[in-house]
Design a protein. Sequence first.
Length: 207
Amino acid sequence: MILTASEVNELKHAPAVEGVLPTVHQRWSARSYAGREVSKADLVRVFEAARWAASANNEQPWRFLVGSRNSLTHEKIASALAGLNKEWAPTAPVLILGMANTRFERSGKPNSYALYDLGAASSYLTLEAAALGLVSHQMAGFDHEAMRQLFDIPTDYALGCVIALGYQREPAALGNEQLIAREHAPRERKPLSGLVLSSWGEPAELS
Ligand SMILES: Cc1cc2nc3c(=O)[nH]c(=O)nc-3n(C[C@H](O)[C@H](O)[C@H](O)COP(=O)(O)O)c2cc1C
């Protein structure tokens, strides 16, 4: 049986923990995207959220290439996707490529936190998207060299993820059993006891 979009959306919401921001529970990585376009105003909001992420030395090393459906940028990002990403992600109305300057602008010295900071900014972006009722999906599965060449990206910039952005569609529209199964799959997380420690191998006592 194939679930409806709202059934999947409900399934994908993380179990709410009291006091945690609701958007954290709402965000999940969708693969089935509706034809509805993302407004310019909403695009500004998601990038504005990304802009306010913290970064080492306040360097703000992130840069984003953004392409809306039927644009050359969208077409180029889609063309460099790999594996199964190639099947579903081009249907998203917006494709974004995240990059990070691996050198500090003033000194030219290496910035080893550049990708860390891009990840933080991308998280803000996807959380803001969830708050706007959008779905998103970050992907490392693309041909990095091809992407670099397609956009003439300088070698100092590390490539992060492609982010698909848009509105959720019925999973059945994916038309591929493997993709539908992934859209139906419940989200899983490791328990806090394995992630938060008081010393190496010792879970922190949080309550
Ligand atoms: C750095 C990164 C790379 C990822 N690459 C891919 C990818 O290439 N293809 C894909 O389908 N999902 C990809 N994902 C999505 C993850 O599989 C997904 O975030 C994870 O399973 C947790 O699911 P959730 O985002 O719904 O909580 C990636 C996520 C991140 C953060």
